[in-house]
Design a protein around this ligand. Structure first.
Ligand code: NAP
Length: 289
């Protein structure tokens, strides 16, 4: 069994991005600039945005965080998004979710120009991704593809089971694995006899958000296991009072599979790299517009 080390691979990719950014700067070209909108003071959201800011600094991007109180109106937030859409210095914009209940998340994310939608959530980008056209890819599936490529994991003709069909992970993941010539099965909460599918899978991508859901007796010997899940599980022995748990029963699954991602240190860091790659791509795709 081999560990798919997201920390190590993301480090190497960040170094490559930095070299490209340095080259852009020395050629007098534009430095990629990522903006993030953060509404309210949700602890996890603040942590995610701070991590994205650190990533930008590490690779030499400019970054801006626009912070608003949780009482901001939907109308005002839409105006702020439009200001960034018009700001030629900003290449990518992300709105950290979740937003307060009085704000329609769909309306806000769809108000972001598809040319700056580095999260890849805009219907235009989703459509282009499904057609296999070059565009921004949702960061988590993008990071997973980079991880599989890094370890030269064979996908062609393999049976890939994706557990979960969310817009940000399961659905785009299934489209990207199809493009990599897998035979793809997508399972979800209404799937019956899920083990019948997972037992026959060469590659399993678990993205359901139920800690330790995938057990050793649900997989076949030698399968490749990608664990997307991150759930905070209360644990008094940890200094934060919780531990991060994946969707895979790692301890028992690991000895049976060929490759596996740990949690933490697998898909998480690759997701962060996916966002950086999209922001760099924004320069190439749309800088001239
Ligand atoms: P989500 O929107 O809650 O979607 C969960 C999916 O799992 C749904 O499609 C649901 O089916 C399916 N599901 C739920 N229970 C199931 C069951 N018993 N059997 C089979 N399928 C089941 O979650 P998400 O945003 O995709 O995220 C999934 C997990 O990945 C979460 O733990 C999240 O924190 C984590 N995540 C991690 C990263 C990272 O960077 N590592 C990034 C994004 C998300 P229905 O559609 O039928 O409801």
């Amino acid at each position: 069994m081999k560990i798919l080390n997201g920390n190590e691979v993301s480090k190497a990719i960040k170094l490559e991005i930095k070299q490209k950014v340095d080259a852009l700067k020395s050629a007098g070209k534009k430095t990629p600039h990522l903006a993030a909108i953060l509404v309210g003071e949700d602890g996890a959201s603040m942590t995610y945005v701070a991590a994205k800011e650190r990533d930008c600094t590490e690779v030499g991007f400019n970054s801006t965080v626009l912070r608003f109180g949780s009482d901001i109106s939907e109308e005002k937030l839409l105006e702020e998004v439009e200001k960034i859409n018009q700001n030629k210095d900003i290449d990518g914009l992300i709105v950290q979710l979740p937003l307060p209940k009085h704000i329609n998340e769909k309306k806000i994310t769809e108000a972001i120009s598809y040319k700056k939608d580095v999260d890849g959530f805009h219907p235009m980008n989703v459509g282009m991704m499904f057609k296999g056209l070059r565009t921004f890819l949702p960061a988590t599936p993008y990071g997973i593809i980079k991880l599989l490529d890094h370890y030269s994991i064979e996908t062609s003709g393999k049976h890939c089971v994706v557990i979960g069909r969310s817009d940000i992970v399961g659905k785009p993941m299934s489209a990207l694995m199809l493009q990599k010539n897998c035979t793809v099965t997508v399972c979800h909460s209404k799937t019956q006899n899920l083990t019948d599918f997972t037992k026959n899978a060469d590659i399993i991508i678990a993205a359901l958000g139920i800690p330790l859901f995938l057990k050793a007796d649900m997989i076949k010997e030698g399968a490749v296991i990608i664990d997307v899940g991150i759930t905070r599980v209360a644990d008094e022995t940890s200094k934060n009072g919780f531990r991060l748990k994946g969707d895979v029963d790692y301890e028992n699954v690991a000895p049976k599979c060929s490759y596996i991602t740990p949690v933490p240190g697998g898909v998480g860091p690759m997701t962060r790299v996916g966002l950086l790659l999209n922001t760099l791509d924004a320069i190439e795709l749309y800088q001239k517009d």
